[in-house]
Design a protein around this ligand. Structure first.
Ligand code: ASP
Length: 403
């Protein structure tokens, strides 16, 4: 019998999981564990993956000049695409005004979300870990990336004997982790079945919530669609000279994983694999750009946070001036950089934006109930933008791509 392609297996699992979640609500614990195991396996490889990937990526770049050029292009793409996403959100939320006249009686407790009081300065400081092992234990991605970039950079600087053997070791380590990833990927349909069935079963009165916050959900989704289906494809076509639909097809498994897990970190191994194998981006660019992109480049999250903050202001009847909106935009950009690639991270960061412009924290209660759904979409957009960045930079470096 012909083997069903992995993507179809995942889609079938997705549909079956929705049906299971609806019809076997009380039996869902029999399958939910599969999702838990799957996420645990992905979490298990994420730190070694980022660590090995950064060091291998940087040391393969070869010399400091190339590193500087690639670094500058990476930063330019990440900043440019984030600002584009933010402007899209800003225009839509001002045109449609989803919060004006919204029902303020709808408040939920925000306990459990964990209000973060970290300022942007604090975030910057965590980039330099005082202990690299602690950074790994605490999932401090920026710290691990920073250490990895320096480690890789100094590998380039040592004598050839050491340089060659260390480069080999980290390349080897990375290859092993990718084999490991390939093994976990085989179980994706089962993992996604567990996750989705559980989510569907634990969803309560979704209809009512959607009706209340419909306009807000609509603006976030419209913004995400415009950014991912119009803006990014235009960048792909005109700057990256690649076919947007082919790139979308190449990325379908990572995007689906991002959507169902709501975590760009969980999707990272899939994204790297797909970019190398399906899009034809070189190992060096993938290993250098993707760990950074997954952590700092969050177009979907940025757009969502901006719309949410302005929606909350509108709902409280606060008219933000252009200057205040500019502050929201800059703060949101930083909050999206600081947000971790895990579920609901973007929601937590909204507290920072709200406090920056002096909006009531309870405003979060307004949007809490629909965060889970929006998280799926914004995470997929985050991953999509990371992948677009890699092909655009690869093209500018003269690489021949498969898309
Ligand atoms: N869940 C998102 C991600 O992993 C972050 C967020 O909550 O916006 O990319």
């Amino acid at each position: 019998m012909k083997k069903i392609e992995l993507y179809w297996q995942i889609l079938i699992a997705f549909v079956l999981a929705i049906l299971f979640g609806i019809f076997f609500k009380n039996q869902v614990h029999y399958v939910a564990w599969m999702g838990v195991v799957f996420i645990k396996a992905l979490k298990m490889i994420i730190i070694p993956l980022i660590f090995a990937s950064m060091i291998s990526g940087v040391s393969n770049i070869g010399d400091a000049k190339n590193l500087g050029r690639l670094g500058a292009k990476t930063v330019a793409y990440y900043l440019g695409s984030s600002v584009l996403a933010l402007l899209t959100g800003l225009i839509l939320v001002n045109l449609i005004k989803p919060g004006v006249g919204a029902d303020l009686g709808f408040k939920e407790s925000i306990t459990g979300v964990g209000v973060v009081n970290q300022s942007f300065g604090d975030t910057l400081l965590t980039i330099i870990p005082d202990n690299i092992v602690k950074a790994m234990v605490e999932n401090n991605m920026l710290g691990i990336i920073f250490f990895g970039i320096l480690f890789g950079f100094f590998i380039i600087k040592v004598d050839k004997v050491y340089k060659d053997s260390l480069t080999n070791i980290f390349n080897g380590l990375f290859e092993v982790i990718m084999k490991f990833t390939m093994f976990i990927i085989k179980f994706t349909p089962l993992g996604i079945f567990g996750i989705v069935a559980n989510q569907v079963a634990s969803q309560s009165n979704l209809g009512e919530v959607v009706a209340r916050l419909g306009m807000y959900i609509g603006v976030v989704l419209l913004g995400l669609v415009v950014h991912s289906m119009i803006s990014l494809p235009l960048i792909l076509k005109f700057i990256g000279k690649v076919h947007p639909l082919k790139q979308l097809r190449a990325m379908r498994i990572p995007l689906f994983t991002a959507f169902t897990t709501s975590s760009s970190n969980a999707a990272l191994p899939f994204t790297m694999e797909a970019l190398e194998d399906n899009s034809g981006v070189s190992k060096t660019i993938v290993r250098f750009m993707l760990p950074i992109g997954t952590t700092v480049n969050m177009n979907g999250t940025a757009l969502y946070e901006l719309v949410a903050a302005i929606f909350i202001a509108q709902a409280y009847g606060i008219d933000l001036t252009l200057g205040q909106q500019a502050i929201v935009l800059v703060t949101t950009l930083m909050a999206s950089i600081g947000a971790a690639g895990i579920p609901m991270a973007g929601l937590v960061m909204i507290t920072i934006i709200l406090s920056a412009i002096g909006l009531p924290m309870e405003g979060i209660g307004l949007i809490l109930s629909v965060d889970r759904i929006l998280d799926m979409f914004r995470t997929a957009v985050n991953v999509w933008s990371d992948s677009c960045g890699a092909v655009v930079v690869a093209h500018s470096e003269g690489e021949t791509l498969k898309v």
